[in-house]
Design a protein around this ligand. Structure first.
Ligand SMILES: NC(=O)c1ccc[n+]([C@@H]2O[C@H](COP(=O)([O-])OP(=O)(O)OC[C@H]3O[C@@H](n4cnc5c(N)ncnc54)[C@H](OP(=O)(O)O)[C@@H]3O)[C@@H](O)[C@H]2O)c1
Length: 318
């Protein structure tokens, strides 16, 4: 099968589309023939070698953790999904680094899957699992309720676009940070207040917040704007012991827990039109395409999600 691999850690030029073996599924897995995948910042961090403390992969490594496609084989223990089902998922990060989604086929544990809504394209579905699950679960960890004030950092990014919409769905008042050029964009997603982080520090504008969802490592300022009893979570930085033990406030790090049940909640919201998916850009799964997709992500200024179409050949790209 065609897959984008890296043979060593480094810059985007390490990515290359080659032929490798199709993954062999275990009893609790299905084999998904991917139509599309998407890029998340963890992809370029992994490519740079920043996850080596967590995962000791063996080269060649296949990156990518968003799957959208059709099931072509099911393991012996799988009875709730079938060959032909259109599905999407954030698969587990496998220990050897062989089972990423920059590939024509990915093995996925059945409990990570959800059915793709019929009225949603594979490209759109591919943009949701990792970022959408993070948004849903971090708002849950923050215990956001109707009427509360929540700050969502980086509202125009892959996680932010979902976090704003899901927090508004709960009934919260949502402040977000974005560059001026994204002000209208995040307001259309539902943000009540937009802070241009180039011009203003959040502590000069916000106070008495119930919850802060940090995606940019602005830890001390985020904690400072919380009211007593408020909740803070970061998905992009390591907290110091002092920060974790902030008196009267709950300060935590977050890591998504991939599961099909939560993904089905997002699928329902996509199907009924209450969760919009915004694509920043779409690239083909070719050597040039995947390198460009990573470079786009590394600008830190994608607006929404970067998607990669798997079913495109080098010839079609020209
Ligand atoms: N732990 C986990 O489970 C987990 C899961 C998902 C993501 N993450 C992490 O969460 C972070 C965000 O992920 P993502 O997918 O949303 O990234 P992304 O799509 O690359 O985010 C891009 C957005 O970040 C905004 N931005 C850049 N610098 C900013 C700043 N200083 N203040 C406010 N906004 C800023 C940009 O807004 P403008 O263009 O408007 O400036 C842009 O829209 C990454 O570090 C990622 O690794 C962790």
């Amino acid at each position: 099968m065609r897959a984008a691999i890296i043979n060593q850690y480094g810059d985007s030029n390490e990515l290359e589309v080659v032929d490798i073996a199709v993954p062999v599924i275990k009893a609790d897995e299905v084999l998904v023939e991917n139509v599309a995948t998407s890029i998340n910042p963890i992809d370029y961090k992994a490519r740079q070698g920043l996850l080596q403390a967590r995962f000791q992969w063996q080269f060649p490594v296949v990156l990518g953790w968003d799957v959208a496609g059709k099931i072509v084989a099911v393991g012996d223990d799988v009875d709730n999904f079938h060959v032909g089902d259109a599905v999407f998922a954030r698969p587990d990060i496998d220990l050897l680094g062989k089972n990423g989604s920059y590939a024509e086929y990915t093995a996925v544990k059945a409990d990570k899957l959800a059915l793709k809504p019929e009225n949603i394209s594979f490209e759109t579905a591919a943009a949701v699992p990792l970022a959408g699950l993070t948004a849903l679960q971090m708002l849950r960890q923050l215990q956001v309720k109707a009427g509360q004030k929540v700050l969502i950092q980086a509202g125009a990014g892959g996680v932010g676009i979902y976090a704003i919409q899901l927090a508004k769905k709960i009934g919260a008042y949502v402040a977000t940070t974005a560059s001026q050029r994204n002000r209208d964009f995040v307001e259309r997603l539902g943000a009540d207040q937009v802070i241009d982080y180039h011009l203003n520090n959040i502590v000069d504008v916000l106070s008495d917040y119930d919850a802060v969802f940090d995606m940019v490592g602005d830890i001390d300022n985020g904690i400072a704007i919380l009211k007593r009893g408020g909740h803070f979570v970061t998905v992009s930085a390591k907290l110091t012991e002092k920060q974790k033990q902030t008196a009267g406030k709950t300060v935590t790090e977050g890591w998504l827990d991939t599961n099909g049940k939560d993904l089905a909640i997002l699928a329902d919201a996509m199907a009924d039109g209450t969760l919009d998916v915004v694509l920043d850009s779409v690239y083909p799964l070719t050597t040039r395409g995947i390198r460009s997709a990573h470079e786009r992500s590394e600008t830190h200024h994608a607006r929404g999600k970067i998607v990669v179409q798997v079913k495109v050949t080098e010839k079609e790209e020209k």
